[in-house]
Design a protein around this ligand. Structure first.
Ligand code: GDR
Length: 328
């Protein structure tokens, strides 16, 4: 039997790299779209997929160019497409609203249009976000909670979500969106708060840094473990009917709690090291997110496997190891 073919955008991101490993383990032929510059600098720009690179087929293209995406989709003729690529740092979307909106909205639109024209039987996954709920009017948030995004990033994800739904309803594409709440791992980029904290803890233990500057400590997030979450993408795509699902842990914790626990795991008191920096506050904040994953549990058989405590622990330990600190 022919191997199933999956095409991933954002394959070198946190989620893309875990998803590629997950699909390879299921014997998929895994293809990824990367920028040309990535092939010129693989040590940095393909760092998360270097260990599996020989098992992947990488294609150069740009989300901004429909013709490049069309060419790749026609060539690969994938059974499944996971569209994960985006400008994904909410903080940056305040500094550059225009490029966030352009990349994220047009990138999704171009991908959908390429699939529709070149491989209409291909199943499509869109990486939606809890940032679409923004200033949520109810807790916990479900698939029925009204969107109230608070950043250009959140707005771009609402637009991508609506485009995906419209391609499903208008053109009959098997297109689904995951409403993913925050999901972290040792592969998280250091600009996101969880990894900023755990890598900061390691730098402080290693004596390279004394202080960790953070913004709003009172923001609450529903933090899960990325490898648990990528499985939900696959379950959605392999469901008979396309649909949208909240993927979350159902628990919420503040940035302060995350920091307190991360420092404690390393034997430190966060109050001795964390400094609040007003400059790191966002112009519009999302105060509290907590997702209700009941629909995913019932219809996909999905549930999170990793607790908040285990997540913080595994991230701190990974950063301590990377800093050369062996613990007993
Ligand atoms: P978020 O992730 O915006 O939730 O989006 P991030 O880790 O950047 O922020 C979480 C919360 O922490 C507060 N915060 C800080 N954030 C950063 N980055 N740096 C700091 O120093 C800091 N101090 C406090 C923020 O204000 C915020 O409230 C993530 C991204 O992965 C999105 O792409 C994804 O869609 C959503 O999660 C679900």
């Amino acid at each position: 039997m022919n191997r199933r073919k999956a095409l991933i955008t954002g394959i070198n991101g946190q989620d893309g790299s875990y998803l590629a490993e997950f699909l390879l383990a299921k014997d998929y032929e895994v293809h990824g779209i990367v920028r040309r510059v990535a092939l010129e600098d693989p040590e940095h720009r393909l760092d998360r997929i270097l260990p599996i690179r020989s098992k992947l087929a990488l294609h150069t293209g740009s989300l901004e160019s429909l013709s490049s995406l069309y060419r790749i989709v026609r060539l690969v003729n994938p059974d499944e497409c996971y569209h994960l690529a985006a400008q994904s740092f909410v903080g940056h979307s305040f500094e550059d609203e225009f490029s966030t909106l352009n990349t994220n909205i047009n990138g999704t639109h171009n991908m959908l249009a390429a699939i529709r024209d070149a491989a209409p039987e291909c199943r499509f996954y869109f990486a939606g976000s809890s940032e679409m709920f923004g200033r949520a009017e109810e807790v916990p948030q479900t698939e029925r909670t009204r969107f109230h995004p608070r950043s250009a990033y959140g707005i771009s994800k609402v637009a991508g979500f609506e485009l995906t739904r419209n391609y499903r309803e208008g053109y009959g594409l098997h297109a689904s969106s995951g409403l993913f709440f925050n999901h972290e791992s040792p592969r998280r980029a250091r600009e996101f708060v969880t990894r900023k904290i755990t890598s900061g803890v390691a730098a402080i233990v290693a004596g390279k840094q004394k202080e960790l500057r953070l913004g709003n400590l009172e923001a609450y997030r529903d933090w899960g473990y990325a490898p648990d979450f990528v499985e939900a993408m696959w379950l959605m795509v392999n469901r008979k009917e396309p649909d949208d699902f909240v993927i979350a842990t159902g628990e919420t914790h503040s940035v302060r709690e995350f920091a307190e626990m991360a420092f404690k795991i390393a034997g430190l008191n966060y109050l001795d090291h964390v400094a609040m920096d007003r400059a790191l506050y966002r112009p519009a904040e999302v105060d509290q997110l907590r997702g209700d994953y009941e629909k995913a549990r019932r219809q996909l058989g999905w549930r999170p496997k990793t607790s908040f405590e285990s997540l913080v622990q595994l991230m701190v330990e990974s950063d301590l190891r990377a800093a050369g600190i062996e613990r007993t």
